[in-house]
Design a protein around this ligand. Structure first.
Ligand SMILES: NC(=O)c1ccc[n+]([C@@H]2O[C@H](COP(=O)([O-])OP(=O)(O)OC[C@H]3O[C@@H](n4cnc5c(N)ncnc54)[C@H](OP(=O)(O)O)[C@@H]3O)[C@@H](O)[C@H]2O)c1
Length: 177
């Protein structure tokens, strides 16, 4: 099975969401998310983004599916309908397996798990989860949804200089298993 990465933005308390949405708006982080998940070395290939159904729902309709990436939504609900080109899977393992099935064979460069908490929790335990692209926000947002503890399994590989946007400070870090 192909290795995959997690990409996540979290606050000081490992918070990632509140009331089914992102509690912050950080242009620099949205750009970083777009560039990381979209960029491929091979122009003929695309990256896959795997997300939970609630994260799919949290993306405003005009912005989904996330363009230029193969979108996979995990749901147990077989009767949900998704726009053309969007794949759905009933488990993380099936979503990961899909990236190697004939329908996508040779088309996929990298696979990113993009949330939310339920999917991160499952992803972080998976042996093929090799990397975490973390945006660490240095503020607190009273979140109701959290990223799991990960520093016992992953170690920091790189860290960017601190950035400031409005009254928020953050940096990018990469962790490897
Ligand atoms: N800060 C960040 O980087 C970031 C990134 C992404 C999301 N978020 C935030 O995270 C929150 C959403 O996270 P969440 O944990 O509530 O939801 P989620 O992980 O996005 O989605 C949960 C849904 O996924 C499906 N699912 C999960 N595990 C499954 C399994 N084993 N088998 C089948 N289906 C499964 C279920 O869908 P069904 O109910 O349809 O069966 C479940 O309700 C929002 O606040 C969002 O804004 C933050």
């Amino acid at each position: 099975m192909m290795p995959f990465a997690i990409i996540v933005a979290m606050d000081q308390d490992r918070g990632i969401g509140r009331e089914a949405r992102l509690p912050w708006h950080l242009k620099g982080d949205l750009r970083h998310f777009y560039e990381t998940t979209k960029t491929t070395r091979d122009r003929d290939k695309r990256n896959v983004v795997i997300m939970g159904r609630r994260t799919w729902d949290s993306i405003p309709a005009p912005f989904r599916p996330l363009p230029d990436r193969i979108n996979v939504v995990i749901t147990a609900n077989k009767s949900l309908e998704f726009p053309k080109g969007v794949f759905c899977a009933s488990r993380l393992a099936d979503a990961l397996a899909l990236t190697q099935k004939q329908i996508l064979e040779g088309m996929v460069e990298s696979v990113y798990v993009i949330g939310g908490a339920q999917i991160y929790q499952q992803a972080i335990q998976h042996p093929q989860c090799r990397k975490i692209y973390l945006t660490q926000i240095l503020n607190s947002f009273d979140c109701d949804t959290f990223f799991p503890v990960f520093t016992d399994r992953f170690q920091q590989e790189s860290v960017s200089p601190k950035r400031v946007e409005g009254n928020l400070a953050y940096f990018f870090a990469e962790y490897v298993r």
